[in-house]
Every structure is written in C-alpha cells, then in structure tokens.
Ligand binder design. Structure first.
Ligand code: GLU
Length: 627
C-alpha cells in the first residue's frame, strides 16, 4: 500500500520558520489588552470606532448548566438559551450558528462535523455524523491534474479549489439534532446568530491574523474578497464586522427550513461556486473545479451512529465512530496504555508510553479506518482488549520503537507477546488545523460535545456569492493518491476520514468529563493526552487542558509545542524519541488544538473549562455560580 507523507512534512520545516518569526508578535498582541478584536468589516459593512471585545473566561465553576467554546459571543448566546429554559442541544446549535458568524474560517453551514450527546434521562450516549461527502460524480483521479497527469500539488491547488469541496453537512446536523433532542425549532436556534451577523462582532487579533494569513486565497474570489478584504485589507482589530449576507441566509433558513439550503436557488448557487468558482481577474491561483451537482445536496443526510465505547481505568469513554477515526484511535490507545501502570511512573516513563501507544493506534487507524458505507472497519477488533494487549507488547519500556510502526493484524491476535516488530509506513496526513469545538451541559443532565469544521482555516476560500458563508475543503482529508487498498481512498459519495473526537466520559454511568478540540489529526492526540493528564497524571481538568502538548502520529518525530520541548525533550531523547516543534505554515501558530471541556462533580457541580491562552483563549460560562 502506498502512503506518502503529505502536507505534514511540509508544515514541519515551515513551522520552524513560522514559529521563530511569528511568536514575538503574537506574544506582544497577547499582552496588549486592546489587541483583541480589531476590525473592519467585510463587504463594506464597517462598524466605526474602537470597541472592546467581550471578556473571556477560561474557567467557571457552577450549577444548572455550563458552556465552553472558543468564543465569548457564542458562549454568551448558549448561556442565554440555557438560562431561558433551553436544553444543551438548543444551546449548542445556537452557539454553533454564532460560531458561523464569529469563527467563519473554522465553522459554518458550508462545512461539517460530529455531535456526541449524553441523555440525562436515559443515560444513553448517541451521536450524529454530519461529515461532508464526496459528490456522486467524483472520480478516483479527481486529484490528478489532467494537464500533467500528476497529482495536484496540495497547496495551493487542492486547498483552494472546487474539487475539494464536500457536500456540506452542518445544517443537516443542526436540523437532526434539534429534531431528536432539542426543544427549539431551527428558526429559533438561528435567531441570536442572525442578530449577531447583522449587528456585528468586535474583530480580534486572531480574526484579523487568520484573514491576513489567507489574503492571497481570499483575494482570489470576488465574493470572498468583498466580504473579508473589503478595502484590500483585513478587518481591523477593535472594529465591528458585520455579515448581512449571512444574516439574510440564516433568515431564509429560519423561514423555510433546511430544504432552502439543500434544494432550490441556494443549492444551485453552491453548485455554481464549486463548478465555476467566482475567481477574480488578477488571481494566479489555479483553482481546480469540482463536480458537485444539486442532486448531491438534495441527497445529503446527517446520520445517527452508535458511539464507540472503551473502558479505561473505571471510566467509560464514548467517542465518535467512523467516518471519524477519533473514537477508535483514542479508544485503542487508551486500551494499550491500560496495560501499563502509567500512574505510578515518572513523567518521562509515562510520556514515553503515551507517545508509543499513540503511534501504534495511528498505524491501525491508517490501515483500517474509513467511511463505513464503503469500508469494512474492524471496530470490535480495534477496540478489543486482547488486541490492545498484543499491540502493547511492541512497547519497550526503555526504548522508542522505530517509526513508523506497522499496523497490527486484526484477523489474528491472541493477546500474547510473540510477534516481531515490523517496519510500517507513514500514513499520508493532509488534515489541517482549523475547526472548532464546544461543550454544553444543562440542568437536566444532558451533555453535548460538538466538533465542527470547514477543514482548514478559511476552508476552500470560496464564499458562496451573496450568501455570506465559506465552503469547506474537507475532501482534502481523503488520501490524495488513489490506492484501492487504502480505507481512506477517494470514492464517489464517500465521507473522508476525520479525526474529530468529541468525547464523553462516564464514571459509574454518570457524566464525568466531556471534551474535544480542533487540530486535524492532532485532535486525537490532544484528546488522548488530556484524558491521560486528567486520569493518570493527577492533574485537574484546567491543568490537563493547559499542559503543553505533543502528538505522535506514527511519524519519525514527535510534534511538540515549544513548552513541551523545553520540559521534556531531553528526557525523551534518552529513549530515542526525536521531537520537533509544532506549527503550521498557514497559520504560523505553534500551538496544538483549542480545547473545551466540562467536568462534572458531586451535587450537580460543573467545571467549564476553555483554553487559557491557545488561539487567544476561550470562553467558559456557567448558568449559576452557586447551587
Ligand atoms: N478536517 C479535519 C478532520 O476532519 C479537521 C480539521 C481541523 O481540525 O482543522 O479531522
């Protein structure tokens, strides 16, 4: 099976540059209280004057419901819904619609995502798969340039293109979630976000920077340029950014329901934007076109799926099943870790086991996980304790395995340590690090964990003209080179493999912790590391989130935040691990993820937690500070 290192390898070296070049600026911005939000507006929708952005609170403890998102406006909206008697699903969808306004480069109705939900009444965990889907006419060679017969370069060709746009699943997810679990209509859930889009939000440093990072791509489309680069510049920090087109779109959806998106004029316009992107005259970007038809939109369904479940040291960990690889990969890595008493180990030994378990689980993810509508995924085997026991045999307590490691054999295992370690292949990794995550709970004990995305920051770069939202480039999550044995090969109508990992952990059948994060394939390692920090390393949930991160995704090096390198590089080098600094050429960020979580204590106590600093910090709120 041929698997190649994709975007990740590229990012690796660029990251070093980006990190050194950018970190002082960011540090200065963070220290400047006025630097949050600045902004012009899009499409001539300016808000004059300088505004203070709403406060961010990384942790709040209380009762009666809680929310954590990356954005204070979205969290505020969710809190209001909870206070007025809405449940966790009502609040989550209202907040998601708000994130479509304030975090439009990470989330929105042009993208997809996954919800994991705990039902306070029945104690059951259920999920919705709202992953974007390949058009029915997508060919195996869709990522081959007909002009050269060679694969399109990932950047800029595939990233900024119509060919990478998947049929969006977000609106269908909202609709399905509200019908299954909500008490509000879609119309009601969209109302606060519609107001936000119309009235505007205060631009912060992150928004401005993300816009500038994408200036070339956004400048390549008339619709995107007009909205996000109104006078040839990104909206300025402290100004108000309004998106009247999106407000109008939300109003149409409120009035006519999701069919107004998946059928009729809006569907037609989405298809036109994919097949014939609204390129500016002066762009030099090639922008390969896609094959989406209106029938693809009409046929789109968000799907109910059974969650994955694994037990870990007395906890039941519920995750997202395939088409995401989050649940199986985290579950398998935990099962492997469970073979060792990591809680009593030194930091160095414990982290060595964490990265080794992660590498093994990633090898199996690459070999076995894809969209179950077209791939027979051996979920039971991947999550079997016996399989984990056998995989754990590969871990030498004193010495790093040679990476990449080979996948295990799911067709024959007995839990015994008799197999020789074989060399593996590095799985292509083209996932990006945009996306956003939220955690919401209510007074009835329901918990919603929701990760949503438009793939990379800014998605495909294409705003649907007149509609105010960006289309995703999620199909870049398929392996870019077609191989019939690869579970993540391109197929028409297929969902590309995701890493999104909304996760809910129960203890004695009751919620203990709900958490998730963005970060492409580092989503998996970040959720895994937070669980490991919280359950095995005796950290509080705040500490578990703030702790420096490292991701071993079965590659020759361990991708690590600078603080992680400072603290642990020397000791991990002694086992033979090589660390390299994390980072991304497009965002210039060296941070991994932007997590949110809620931990549940006794007597209804909820600790809502967001990032204290990553991506500018998040916003955690509770309904009542006291019981
Ligand atoms: N496309 C990625 C996935 O589905 C998410 C991208 C991100 O986190 O930025 O796993």
């Amino acid at each position: 099976m041929r698997r190649t290192t994709g975007a990740c390898a590229l990012f690796a070296s660029a990251a070093l540059l980006a990190t050194t070049a950018i970190s002082p600026t960011i540090a200065a911005d963070r220290a400047d209280p006025d630097s949050h939000h600045g902004g012009g507006h899009g499409g001539g929708h300016h808000g004059g004057g300088h505004h203070q952005p709403p406060q961010k609170t990384p942790t709040q403890v209380g009762y009666g419901g809680a929310v954590s998102t990356v954005d204070p406006e979205a969290s505020r909206i969710a809190l209001k819904v909870l206070r007025r008697g809405g449940n966790a699903t009502d609040a989550a969808i209202a907040a998601a619609a708000a994130l479509g306004v304030t975090e439009p480069y990470s989330a929105g109705i042009g993208g997809g995502g996954y919800i994991v939900r705990y039902d306070g009444r029945t104690g059951r965990v259920s999920t919705i798969d709202g992953r974007e889907t390949a058009p029915a006419a997508m060919e195996h060679d869709a990522f081959i340039d007909p002009a050269t017969g060679e694969p399109y370069p990932f950047t800029p060709e595939l990233v900024t293109s119509g060919v990478s746009v998947g049929v969006p699943g977000t609106l269908a997810t909202w609709d399905r979630a509200l019908r299954r679990w909500g008490t509000h209509s879609l119309a009601r859930a969209l109302r606060p976000a519609t107001r936000l889009a119309r009235k505007g939000f205060v631009v912060d440093e992150t928004f401005r920077k993300q816009t500038l990072d994408n200036a070339e791509r956004f400048g390549a489309f008339t619709s995107t340029r007009d909205l996000y680069l109104p006078n040839g510049d990104a909206p300025k920090v402290g100004t108000k950014f309004r998106n009247p087109d999106l407000a109008r779109t939300y109003r149409i959806l409120a009035r006519h329901g999701m069919k107004a998106f998946y059928r009729g004029p809006m569907a037609q316009e989405i298809v036109e934007a994919v097949q014939d992107p609204p390129k500016t005259d002066d762009t030099e970007l090639p922008v390969p076109v896609g094959s989406m038809e209106t029938s693809d939109l009409a046929n789109y369904r968000a799907l109910n799926r059974r969650p994955t479940k694994s037990s870990y040291r007395g906890h039941d960990v519920y995750g997202m099943a395939e088409s995401s690889s989050g649940g199986t990969t985290i579950g398998e890595a935990l099962n492997i870790l469970e073979q060792f008493d990591v809680g009593s180990m030194s930091d160095a030994d414990a982290l060595h086991h964490y990265v080794e378990a992660s590498a093994l689980a990633f090898a199996d993810r690459g070999a076995y996980v894809g969209d179950p509508s077209q791939v027979d995924v051996p979920v039971k085997d991947l999550l079997s304790d016996k399989f984990a026991k056998e995989r754990a045999c590969q871990i030498d307590p004193t010495q790093a395995q040679a990476k990449p490691v080979a996948e295990g054999d799911v067709s024959s295992y007995d839990g015994k340590c008799d197999g020789e370690a074989k060399p593996g292949v590095v799985d292509e990794d083209t996932e990006n690090i945009s996306t956003t995550n939220m955690t919401v709970s209510d007074r009835w004990g329901n918990v919603v964990e929701y990760t949503l995305t438009i793939e990379q920051t800014g998605g495909s770069g294409i705003v649907v003209p007149g509609r105010g939202f960006l289309l995703n480039n999620e199909l870049t999550d398929f392996s870019t080179v077609y191989d019939p044995e690869d579970p993540n090969r391109i197929e028409p109508g297929k969902r590309p493999r995701s890493s999104m990992s909304p996760t809910i952990v129960l203890k004695h059948g009751k919620p203990f912790l709900a958490l998730g994060t963005p970060g492409g394939s580092t989503i998996i390692t970040t959720v895994l590391q937070m669980l490991f920090n919280r359950i095995d390393r005796d950290m509080t949930i705040e500490e578990a989130i703030a702790a420096p991160r490292a991701a071993q995704r079965n590659t020759t090096t361990v991708t690590s935040e600078p603080d992680f390198m400072d603290a642990y590089e020397e000791m991990l080098n002694e086992y033979g691990h090589t660390l390299r600094v994390s980072g991304d050429i497009l965002t210039g960020s060296w941070q991994i993820g932007a997590a949110t979580a809620i931990e549940f204590g006794r007597h209804g106590k909820m600790t809502a937690v967001a990032e204290p600093t990553r991506r500018g910090g998040g916003a955690a709120l509770v309904v009542k500070p006291r019981r």
